[in-house]
Design a protein around this ligand. Structure first.
Ligand code: C2E
Ligand code: MG
Ligand code: MG
Ligand code: MG
Length: 279
């Protein structure tokens, strides 16, 4: 009897499902180890003033340097990190490391401030001590608060908890700026632009992709830029890959942009050389 019950239980797991389940557990164990052993690295992608070509800021993008699997991109582990709560220590490391590196680069920039943008998950915003963590990352690194940008996704603002607004206001009161990432891909109304203290709109790559050849995409992109101007927000176009997209965006008075056309995300050494070319 016992044997039969045992067999029935096992039948719940088809071999293929079992493999997926095992891989997930393995990934979770690996991620826990990665947090303890600091297996993460940052890449930096320049944010460029479109009319002058000047680098005004950087976006910090995390990578996982897995000992067997090599570099793992964020979309392959951030969702698991969010589900398990491990995004909290990972995100804190990203924030501190990005501030530390940006402060060092800022010291060499004589007069022209360089901002650094850090992506933040909803789970991080649910931590009551996030404003203290941000303040401590700034004071430990010496980075001026005005040089830090925190990027939030639309979904984070749409599904927000009552405490979210308070948290964001506390972070803003430090002098930190807030950006909406992937703008235009969310399903909500534009109401949160009024409700939340946003400084920067990042126009999603899907609009930028088609800006040169699909009239509807061009109209929507120009509309977002004008919306930004009317609300006194900066606009950053994401994922610029060619000169045609650049000229459309520049003609439309988009202020800033980033994308492979300018540079891919670079490691700290390569980014340092781009910022301070060896003469
Ligand atoms: P995102 O914040 O929208 O970042 C932009 C993504 O587009 C980056 O992918 C960047 O490498 C890529 N990209 C930039 N320019 C181009 C281009 O011209 N063409 C194409 N095809 N792609 C371009 P990445 O680094 O793989 O990051 C993916 C997403 O992972 C980010 O999207 C962000 O949502 C998330 N992420 C990255 N780092 C962090 C982090 O530290 N914390 C959290 N919570 N999320 C992060
Ligand atoms: Mg981003
Ligand atoms: Mg984005
Ligand atoms: Mg995106």
């Amino acid at each position: 009897q016992a044997k039969k019950q045992g067999k029935d239980r096992y039948e719940i797991f088809e071999p293929a499902m079992q493999a997926v389940f095992q891989a997930g557990l393995q990934m979770e164990a690996d991620l826990r180890r990665a947090v303890v052993r600091h297996e993460f690295e940052l890449r930096y992608q320049p944010i460029v003033h479109l009319k002058t070509g000047e680098i005004t800021g950087l976006e910090a993008l995390v990578r996982w340097q897995h000992p067997e699997r090599g570099i793992i991109p964020p979309l392959d582990f951030i969702p698991l990190a969010e589900e398990t709560g491990m995004i909290v220590p990972i995100g804190e490391w990203v924030l501190r490391e990005a501030c530390r590196q940006a402060a060092r680069w800022n010291e060499r920039r004589d007069g022209k401030p360089l901002s650094v943008s850090v992506n933040m998950s909803a789970v991080q915003l649910e931590q009551a001590d996030l404003p203290e963590v941000v303040a401590s990352a700034l004071s430990n690194s010496g980075l001026p608060a005005t040089s830090l940008v925190i990027e939030l996704t639309e979904s984070l603002l749409v599904d927000h908890r009552p405490s979210t607004l308070r948290q964001l206001e506390q972070i803003k009161s430090l002098g930190v700026r807030l950006a909406i990432d992937d703008f235009g891909t969310g399903y909500s109304s534009l109401a949160y632009l009024r409700r939340f203290p946003i400084d920067i709109i990042k126009i999603d790559k899907s609009f930028v992709d088609d800006v040169g050849d699909v009239p509807a995409a061009a109209a929507l992109t120009l509309g977002i830029i004008q919306l930004g101007q009317a609300l006194h927000l900066s606009t950053i176009a994401e994922g610029i890959e060619d000169a045609e997209q650049l000229s459309e965006l520049t003609d439309g008075n988009c202020e800033l942009g980033q994308g492979y056309y300018f540079a891919e995300p670079l490691n700290d050494v390569d980014m340092g050389e781009l910022l301070f070319p060896p003469s």
